[in-house]
Each structure stands twice: as C-alpha cells, then as structure tokens.
Design a protein. Structure first.
Length: 436
C-alpha cells in the first residue's frame, strides 16, 4: 500500500478536493493523510490566541466566518448529499464555541487546532462515499499516540493500524488526519505546525508502506531558492541524508523531521505536484544517483559565536567544556569550526544567548556576530574526490565567507556568510555550479 499525503493547498477548495480523488483513484489501495484546508490552521491558531488573550468576541467572530466558508465549500463539494457533512461541521464549530467560553488552557488550544484536519478528512470521506468508494475514515488521535517524550510510539501505531486493516480487508482507501495525534494522557495533541508531512512518514514507516508520497503545489525540491534565483530546476533524486540537510536549511518543501521515520524504515519518499501529477517530482531514497552538486539552500537568522583562548592550545577537554554550556541552555549548535586557539559555532536560537555568553567568558574572549546566513550545498560530494572545493570557492571568489564546514558528511558543504551577501551567494552558486 502507498501512503499519499496532501497538503493544505491541495485540499484548499472543493474543486481541488475533487481533483485529488483522480490522483487517488489511479493509485489504490492507498492510505491518505490530509492537511487542513489552506488557511484553516492559521485561522484556528489566531482564534486560539484570541481566546488566550481574553478576546472572546473576536474569537466568536472568527468561528462565524469559518463556519460560513465551510458551509459554502460543503455545498459545492457534496451538493444534495451535504447533510451529514453540514451536521458534522456544525458539531465541530459548536465544539469550538464551547471551548471559547471556558477558561483558556493549552488543552483547549490543542483541541481547537485539531479541527482543521478533522473537517478536511470528514468532507473528503463523504465525497468518496458519494462516489461509491469503499473508504474508511480513521481517527489520528487514536491511531498516532505519542509517548512521554513526545515521540510517536511506533509499536503501538503498528498494532492500531493492523487492527483497522484487519477490520476492512477490502477497503480501497483509508483516510486520516495529518498533524493530529494523541498524547500520553490520551488527549488531542499535534506534531507542530507543518507536521502532517511527519504524520505521513510515521504512518508509512509503521505500516511498511511501499512508498510515501507527499503531494504539494510545487514541482518537487528545487536546486535553489526560486524566490531569489531564476532558472532553478527540480532535483529528481536525493538521498535521505541530502534531503534532511536541505529540509534543515529551509528548502520549504518538507517538514525537517519528516525524513527520519521513512529513512529508518527505508521507505522511499516521493514529492509530487498536485497541479502536475504527471511530472516525476523528487524521489528521496537510500541509494544515491548522480554525482556532484545537487542543490543549494539557505537559512537566515544565524548567530555566530567565537571563543578565543590560548588555553585551548594543545589542551584537551576544552571543546567539551564549551559544548556543555550549550547543552545546559538546551541550545543546538549547527556549524562548528576550530583552530588551535579558537572555536566558532553557530546557533539559530538566541533565547539563552546572554546566559551562554556569560558562561563562555570564563574560557576566553567571546565574540558574537548576528545576521549571518548558512548556505548549505548538498549533493554527492565525496571529500576525497578532488575538485569540489575548488569549484565551490571559485564560484564565491568575491564573497566573504565567515565559516566553512566540509567533510563531516559526504553530502554537504556549509558556508556561513553575512545575510547581506546571501542573494549574491545563491546567484553565484546557481550560475557557476548548475549552469556552466
Ligand atoms: N495544518 C497544519 C498546519 O498548517 C499541519 C500541516 O498542514 O502540515 O500547520
Ligand atoms: Mg506543509
């Protein structure tokens, strides 16, 4: 069985929901995971924020607005057979209205946030039933439990899926909510914004799916940022590690956690465009295809911290002490470079910066620089094959580079540049690495 996940824009209107039934029809039997219709989770998050801030009137108005939008969508989608869906939507919006009147809590907020996916999956299920499919709607709150550490409990997910598959051996389509899950207290929870890709990877891994397909409105992963660089092109093949690097660097297409469960279970992930289903998209798998540079992505709002100390000279244990400070403040380090007397690291979360700096000062002189960008160059870049570094630095000869990380992974070279040089850097890499 294949897992197919459709993002918010792919289910963004009655017409688009119709369209994805064609995609699904051609691939049955399938396990379908849906996001909320585009804009719904944002609206719900705004509404939940209003509730927290005591602005109940604004929240009530948002519910009325959403209800109207859904009323129209349901009529468009289901015509004369809309009764059950209207009834369900009313129940959902009544639930939200009740939540608004209670004293605000994190639990209420999570309940509100889950409503978008509940609505999209219910409507879609109704449409499939109307069209005569044997389709089963499943509740992700039950199907995807998280453990105490907020990680999916894979064994339990496997068992619960199998129970459903055994109940419906002839079903052509199973549908469930992305993003939504249950926590260890059995309450509704979620996997974080953008988390429905992660749901797809978790479910795909748990059922040992043949493939996990992520359907969005872009034609796969692009080799550079199309908002900045002209003539980008889709990358057809990526290894799991390459995709994970790109996701971190902010190639917007995938939630960064998505790759992990699929990679562990060795299930290929295919990124496809709902508007152009015949295009090949990007395939992410364990094996590598092609050599050399494949894609470039950039991540902004990076802070570089340099600790300079002559005590580091020929000493051991120094870097451990430095790292312990970051561990204490639960702040991940992204890039690291060292010399005999200095160590530079980058972080993307400055919440505890002042505490970190204060503690680092006991080891030496500390310098902090903001407004940096990490440019991640991804590909099959085996360090012992000559030429990659020359090609890369040749492309960037006029651009000041603050840090370089090369050789840690055969799939990535990271460069730290000033954010003001980012556009120049991406354009230079595009013309010199991909269009020569
Ligand atoms: N609907 C959720 C969000 O907008 C989850 C998702 O679409 O991935 O964040
Ligand atoms: Mg998404």
């Amino acid at each position: 069985m294949k897992v197919l996940k459709f993002g918010g824009t792919s289910v963004g209107s009655a017409k688009k929901i119709e369209k994805i039934t064609e995609i699904i029809h051609a691939r049955m039997p399938v396990f379908v995971i849906l996001s909320a219709m585009a804009g719904t989770t944002d609206a719900l998050a705004g509404l939940a924020g209003d509730v927290t801030n005591g602005q109940k009137g604004t929240a009530r108005k948002s519910v009325r607005d959403l209800k109207k939008v859904y009323g129209r969508t349901i009529t468009r989608l289901l015509g004369d057979d809309a009764k059950e869906a209207q009834f369900y939507a009313d129940a959902i919006f009544n639930g939200i209205s009740n939540n608004i009147e209670q004293s605000p809590s994190a639990k209420i907020e999570r309940e509100i946030l889950s409503c978008g996916e509940k609505l999209s999956t219910f409507l879609f299920h109704q449409l499939l039933l109307k069209k005569g499919y044997y389709a089963v709607l499943l509740d992700a709150t039950v199907l995807l439990p998280l453990g105490a550490n907020h990680e999916p409990v894979m064994d339990e997910i496997k068992k619960r899926l199998q129970v459903e598959f055994d109940k419906h051996p002839k079903a052509q389509i199973f549908i469930t909510q992305g993003f939504v899950c249950g926590n260890e207290r059995g309450e509704v929870d979620n996997l974080g914004r953008g988390g429905s890709d992660y749901s797809a990877s978790i479910f795909g891994a748990a059922m040992g799916a043949e493939e996990i397909q992520i359907w969005t409105d872009i034609d796969g992963v692009q080799n550079n940022d199309p908002r900045i660089v002209e003539n980008t092109r889709p990358v057809r093949h990526l290894m799991f590690d390459e995709a994970a690097e790109l996701a971190y660097f902010g190639a917007k297409i995938l939630h960064p956690l998505t790759i992990l469960p699929a990679q562990k279970a060795n299930i290929p992930v295919l990124l496809k465009n709902t508007m152009q289903p015949d295009e090949p998209g990007t395939r992410i798998a364990a094996s590598h295809r092609g050599k050399g540079f494949k894609a470039v992505a950039a991540r902004d709002e990076i802070t570089a911290i340099k600790i300079k100390s002559s005590r580091m000279l020929m000493a051991y244990g120094f870097i451990r002490k430095v790292f312990e400070v970051f561990e204490k403040y639960k702040t991940p380090i992204d890039m690291i470079t060292t010399s005999e007397v200095a160590v530079s690291v980058t972080i993307d979360n400055c919440k505890y910066l002042s505490g970190i700096v204060e503690e680092l000062q006991q080891f030496g002189k500390v310098e902090v620089e903001n407004d940096k960008t990490i440019v991640g160059v991804v590909g099959h870049l085996i360090a012992d094959e000559p030429g990659y570094a020359r090609q890369l630095f040749g492309a960037l000869e006029d651009i000041p580079i603050r840090m370089i990380s090369y050789g840690a992974s055969p799939h990535n070279i990271s460069l730290l540049v000033n954010t003001e040089d980012k556009i120049r850097t991406l354009r230079a890499l595009n013309s010199k690495l991909f269009h020569n």
